[in-house]
Design a protein around this ligand. Structure first.
Ligand code: NAD
Length: 326
């Protein structure tokens, strides 16, 4: 493709992706499946890498999430809430590992299920829950404290008088999602496209009674702003968050070798349907906080973490059939 053709294609993909982002993040109502969005974003990133002078700051490849809705009070995130770089197969994971190895020694990885919900920040002052917000565009989110207070797995008071901001994923369990859509269908209302959109739609309502009825839950997976924080590894931070009273995911594992990470991603590609919540991949993070700092960030995501995305369901069924037939 020559430069002129690439420029045209880039503009086309940007418009298309901006529209998909708006439908997904602002309206909570996607019109295409995630893998189509991911493929188009991947194509855009590839073209921008090939023609770096065509990369603009407003490109969807440089942006996190969507604009916060005006109906909520806005919350500024002192520590930005970023997105994650994506890996679509073992080669991408080995490339990620090579980039890490070029910069740090003696590292290990924490592997977590990538919960398909919405990223939330929870702030505690002297142990009390004072504010909860959506990620929004990463810099500014929406204050949804009252809705989050209806989620029973979010403690209103934690076990230490800590001032700490924690982050995680609010989600709707599959069972609640099916029951909700069934009830909506009977009432003649529009059904939600998937549990992620149902969770987002429930939390972005002004009336907390709606969220209260929706049976949502939340896994906490990291720390945002924490001035007094002295725990030097992500895995120990997760243990501490659990001790404070947060729900952390029990399937998290640590590995030193990228080949073991790949095995973990393969295992969950086949096992994901057994869970009572949706996951869309595996998040791999360098465990040491010092090494995370050394590796740093790009404009949109940390260099010390990556999200492995599961293949689309049809491809998994094929893989499963092959496994069963050998
Ligand atoms: P992302 O989904 O690739 O990854 C970042 C997010 O992962 C975090 O913000 C957090 O919310 C989540 N996450 C879940 N578990 C985590 C864990 N254990 N540790 C850290 N983070 C964890 O990026 P994104 O910017 O949130 O959005 C892109 C996603 O939205 C993609 O899945 C994409 O397919 C989808 N999308 C779809 C459409 C559509 O029209 N279908 C449009 C836009 C975006």
């Amino acid at each position: 493709m020559n430069r002129e053709e690439a420029a045209k294609k880039i503009e086309y993909l940007k418009d298309e992706l901006n529209q998909y982002n708006y439908e997904y993040h602002v309206l909570d109502n996607p019109t295409v499946p995630d893998h189509i969005y991911d493929e188009k974003l991947h194509e855009l990133i590839g073209l921008e890498e090939q023609f770096p002078d065509l990369l603009t700051e407003d490109s969807p490849s440089q942006r996190v999430g969507g604009e916060p809705l005006d109906k909520f009070v806005k919350v500024d995130h002192e520590v930005p809430m970023l997105s994650l770089g994506n890996a679509f197969g073992e080669d991408d994971l080995r490339d990620f590992d090579r980039r890490i190895r070029e910069q740090v020694n003696n590292y290990r990885y924490v592997c977590e299920l990538k919960i398909d919900g919405l990223a939330i920040s929870l702030t505690y002052e002297n142990g009390k829950f004072v504010r909860g917000a959506t990620r929004g565009d990463g810099k500014t989110g929406e204050d949804i404290t009252n809705n989050l207070k209806t989620i029973k797995s979010i403690p209103l008071k934690i076990k230490e008088e800590e001032t700490i901001e924690v982050r995680g994923e609010a989600y709707m369990p599959k069972r609640s999602f099916l029951a909700l859509n069934e009830a909506r269908e009977q009432e003649g209302l529009e059904v939600f496209a998937n549990p992620r959109n149902a969770a987002a739609g429930s939390l972005r309502q002004l009336d907390p009674k709606i969220a209260a009825k929706r049976n949502l839950s939340m896994f906490v997976y990291s720390v945002g702003k924490w001035e007094a924080g002295s725990i030097g590894s992500h895995s120990e931070r997760l243990e501490y968050l659990n001790k404070l009273g947060f729900k952390t995911n029990p399937e998290t594992r640590t590995f030193e070798d990228i080949e073991d990470v790949i095995k973990y991603t393969e295992e969950w590609t086949l096992k994901r349907s057994e869970l009572d919540y949706e996951i869309d991949g595996i998040v791999i993070k360098v465990d040491s906080i010092d090494q995370q700092e050394e590796l740093g960030f790009t404009a949109k995501s940390p260099r010390w973490a990556i999200a492995y995305k599961f293949p689309a369901e049809e491809a998994v069924t094929k893989l499963h059939d092959i496994e069963l037939s050998v």
